[in-house]
Design a protein around this ligand. Sequence first.
Ligand SMILES: [Zn+2]
Length: 186
Amino acid sequence: MGTFDGPRIERAVREILAAIGEDTSREGLRETPARVAEAYARLFSGLHEDPLRHLDISFDESAEDLVLMRDIPFVSVCEHHLLPMIGRASAAYLPAGKVLGFSEIVRLVEGYAARPQIQERLTAQVADALHDGLGSRGSLVVVEARHTCMAATGAWSPGTTAVTSAARGIFAEDPARRAEVMAAIT
Ligand SMILES: [Zn+2]
């Protein structure tokens, strides 16, 4: 895998502008390649790192009750069209003696969102991190997002959100436990 190459993005954006028939030298577009490169640096900042690696996992033998973070906002980029998907994620896990700080759960979502993504994978990655990565008894993640690429494909209907969920461990095995947390999320 390569690294982030800002100047290369600038060249490519200039090329795209020329290819759609724009005058790349006109006032409003002159700084656009640099601005897009800057935006991509931020939007794809999670691509070359494993978010879990940076998290501060603390040990607390007595921690075994549910932790739920609701409505974590995120911006990601759909890998099929390179257009933004904007949404929120709710993430729950049942600790087995190891816990994450609340802000770390937010960082986990942001880290996996900051790369070319599909919503299903984002949901699964957060659920896996909170189960296998953290070592919990189970995790349940629900993601809701609006995909701006639906406008590009002509399927746009304002207000439509896609909802995905992923359950691991006890929440995958026990429908009653899953339903309980689902009710708290939605
Ligand atoms: Zn798309």
